[in-house]
Write a protein that binds this ligand. Structure first.
Ligand SMILES: NC(=O)c1ccc[n+]([C@@H]2O[C@H](COP(=O)([O-])OP(=O)(O)OC[C@H]3O[C@@H](n4cnc5c(N)ncnc54)[C@H](O)[C@@H]3O)[C@@H](O)[C@H]2O)c1
Length: 280
């Protein structure tokens, strides 16, 4: 295949999604710059590996030299103490956007999350324009990331696509995933469309497979140029609890929306500040 995507930088390239994006773009990008704080080996002549922490703005600026597109996946991908999420996700994304601005990158694609709207009930179809209702600190960090991206689009004319990724798994193996699954094939499809869509100022889209039970609107992704092809329903027979009717008022975030899911990180933060015998 003739490379057509120019120089593409992928942050978080050693991660679960980064690994499949890297493989998919290897023959399509003229140069593929792979960034992670973890070790990566070069696997093809088109690849260049840069080991860095996004906390280092000057290193990020230097790594983006010559980049046409940045696919920003690096970050903490689940609930954690808020301070950790602010460092890794919010400040990390600020450095990515700022480096992209300084290096005049054409497009930044950002991994946001469905968890920015996890408190909507499962009987509601949520559109990217609906108000956010994050289901935890992780969702809050992704809300902040989307706001930063919007700021860089409005103020500095940076072209940005935020993809609210569903549950990225090889196959859906728990009941919630029957609604939220994002297959590897559809994940690559959404990211490729986000890279190549013409004339984008700022777009937010849900990246979820065409699941019969989904509760997110697909139109924004389709307008970007990708219509998902996989459907978790094809796996439902093998998923425990698939036949149990979900309470229509329960939150889309499922267990992530439980108070305990966030409280343990509040307690961890408190213990770190006051010691094990401090206030609860
Ligand atoms: N996997 C999912 O189902 C899912 C769902 C919604 C959103 N997302 C988002 O997609 C992105 C990728 O998710 P994933 O599942 O591949 O996560 P992952 O944890 O497998 O990969 C994240 C990668 O980022 C790197 N990283 C983290 N902090 C870094 C830093 N400060 N500097 C440099 N590298 C750093 C890690 O080393 C890791 O390789 C994340 O932003 C996540 O929040 C994932």
């Amino acid at each position: 295949m003739t490379p057509s995507l120019g120089t593409v930088v992928v942050t978080g390239a050693a991660g679960r999604i980064g690994t499949i994006v890297r493989a998919a773009l290897r023959d399509e990008a003229r140069h593929l710059v792979l960034i992670d704080r973890d070790h990566l080996d070069v696997q093809s002549p088109a690849e260049r590996v840069i080991r860095l922490d996004l906390a280092n703005l000057e290193a990020v600026v230097s790594a983006f030299d010559g980049a046409d597109v940045v696919v920003h996946l690096a970050g903490v991908p689940d609930e954690a103490p808020l301070a950790d999420l602010l460092d890794a996700n919010v400040l990390g994304t600020y450095h990515v956007l700022e480096a992209a601005r300084r290096q005049q990158v054409d497009r930044v694609v950002i991994a946001s999350s469905n968890r920015v709207t996890g408190f909507y009930p499962v009987d509601t179809i949520v559109d990217p324009d609906d108000p956010v209702r994050p289901d935890g600190f992780y969702g809050v960090s992704k809300v902040a990331i989307e706001a930063l991206a919007r700021l860089y689009a409005d103020k500095f004319a940076l072209s940005v696509v935020c993809l609210r990724i569903g549950s990225f798994e090889d196959r859906p193996d728990e009941a919630r995933y029957l609604a939220t699954w994002l297959s590897p094939r559809d994940c690559v499809g959404f990211i490729r469309a986000a890279i190549t869509a013409p004339t984008v100022s700022f777009v937010t889209a849900y990246a979820v497979s065409a699941n019969t039970r989904r509760f997110w609107d697909l139109d924004a992704g389709i307008r970007l140029g990708y219509t998902p092809v996989d459907n978790a329903e094809e796996y439902a027979a093998g998923v425990a609890g698939a036949e149990v009717r979900t309470d229509p008022h329960s939150p889309q975030g499922g267990g992530y929306a439980n108070a305990d899911y966030t409280l343990r990180h509040i307690h961890e933060h408190q213990r770190a500040r006051t010691g094990p015998s401090g206030p609860r």
